[in-house]
Structures are given as C-alpha cells and as structure tokens.
Ligand binder design. Structure first.
Ligand code: ADP
Length: 255
C-alpha cells in the first residue's frame, strides 16, 4: 500500500471507508532476489580460486623462508596481505547473501561479555595506533549469544570509528547492564551522521554520500550485517550522532 486515508462520512455513519493506492512490488522483489543470488554466486566463484592462490602463496613463502630468500619472502608476504584483504571483501559479500536468504546459523552459548571485550581490547592495542582507544572497566556480564558474531559487531563498530574519525581522536568503548539488558557503546569524535542518513545507515550497501567519502573505502555492508546479527539475538542496534561532533553506535542484548 503506497498511501491511504480514512474517509470521514459524518458523525451519524458508523461505516469506515479507506481510500488508498496499492502497488505490486512482486517484480521489484524478484529483481532484488536475483541481484542477491548473483552477488552470492560471483562471490562464491571468486572465493574458491582465491583460497587456492592463498594456499600456493603460503607454500612458496615457506620455501622462500627456508632458503633465506628475504626478497621473495618480502614480496610474498605483501601479496598475502592483499589476498587476505580480497578474501575479507568476498567473505563480506557472501555473508550478505547468506543473511539475505536466511542461510546463517547463530551458535548460542553462555559467555561473559566482559571477557570478550577484554580480548577485543588486547587486539586493538596492537592493531590500532592511529587513535586513542579507551575501554571503560566492564563488570562480569553473562549473556546467551553467538560469541564470535557479537565480537564481529563490536569490531565493526570500532573499525568504523577508526575509519570515520580524525587521526589521534579518542574512541571510547563501554559496556553496562541496565533493565535486564547489556548495552555496548562505541563512541567516536568523528564527522557524525545527519538524522536523514541515520535512517538508512543499517540498510544493505548504504553509504553516506560526499566528497570525503570517496577517499574512504567501503561497500556499506558492515552495519547491515551488524543489524542482522543483533536482530537474530532479539536485541536492538542503533546510533546517536551529531554532525561534526561524533557518533555513538550501540547494541543491546537481553540478559
Ligand atoms: P562501510 O564503512 O564499508 O561503507 P558500513 O555498513 O560499516 O560500511 O557503514 C555504512 C556507512 O555508515 C558508511 O559508509 C558511513 O557513511 C557511515 N558510518 C558508519 N560508521 C560511521 C561512523 N562511526 N561515523 C560516521 N559515519 C559512519
């Protein structure tokens, strides 16, 4: 239904009449499904040869290391980094297609969220040198959830905070329990997001448009995957943001 309105027939008439415009979106949905299946198929076809290339390069690297051939080792190391980037991109597209068609399984287990956040913190110390990343102390918080996927959401929020905020600015990560919910927040001092764009942020392939965005690589799939993961946990995901001041991305999980 595109639009509808209630017709007012006067106070003595109890009949409710509605006028509206209905639009058939069957074809549109069919196109969407075909596009999704196509992206899934292409990603799958690219993944297999790339996995073989990765394995062969690793073999060569072992050989070069044994032969103490530093030049070849160095070149192979750099090539493997690029192959790993390509594998991550393809993995992202495969995930989108799996979430779209419901072919993703959530592996629920009981775990302590504070321990997971500690692991993310330890990893971030070595991987993020461009920003001040501050983790607030977190108390023992037992949740029933897919540990890897929740870790994926936290990492995605942090990686976005790094990508979309200036070098040397601060990123704060916190986790609190309130009203039977655990809430994880990632706050940055970045460019912020207008309220208009906030509405579409968690949609597949959505990226805020602008000149500066052309310099930052991305496909607009990370937040879509985060939303799918949190919704499959009956949780809530959201953002609060002010242009030029920064953003807070958060999710809540039932305790
Ligand atoms: P990607 O970063 O690969 O484009 P995402 O799905 O992770 O994909 O994010 C979608 C869009 O949301 C980004 O392109 C960016 O415009 C906006 N965005 C995400 N995180 C932030 C942030 N912390 N600050 C400002 N904009 C953000």
């Amino acid at each position: 239904i595109k639009s509808y309105g209630k017709l007012n027939l006067g106070s003595d008439d109890n009949t409710n009449l509605f006028s509206g415009v209905a639009m058939d979106i069957t074809e549109q949905k069919g196109n969407e499904q075909r596009k999704n299946a196509f992206i899934g198929m292409v990603s799958h076809e690219l993944k297999n040869p790339l996995t073989s290339i990765n394995a062969y390069l690793q073999l060569l690297e072992v050989k070069a290391n044994k032969a103490k051939d530093d030049f070849t080792s160095g070149v192979l190391g750099k090539t493997l980094v690029q192959v790993s980037k390509m594998r991550n991109i393809i993995g992202g597209f495969l995930d989108v297609s799996r979430y779209e068609s419901g072919r993703i399984s959530i592996d629920i287990q009981s775990f302590d969220l504070s321990e997971l956040i500690k692991e993310v913190e330890e990893e971030s110390i070595t991987t993020i040198t461009s920003h001040k990343v501050i983790f607030a102390p977190v108390e023992y918080t037992l949740v029933n959830a897919d540990r890897d996927k929740i870790g994926q959401v936290i990492n995605n929020f942090i990686n976005n905070a790094v990508k979309y905020s200036p070098i040397n600015s601060t990123i704060n990560i916190s986790c609190v329990s309130k009203n039977n919910l655990a809430e994880v927040c990632v706050k940055d001092e970045g460019m912020g997001i207008s309220s208009e764009n906030q509405k579409n942020l968690f949609e597949r392939y959505f990226r805020v448009q602008g000149e500066h965005m052309k310099l930052i690589a991305g496909f607009g799939i990370g937040l879509y995957i985060c939303k799918e993961i949190i919704e499959r946990h009956n949780g809530k995901i959201g953002v609060e943001s002010e242009m030029g001041k920064g953003s807070v991305f958060y999710f809540q999980l039932p305790l």
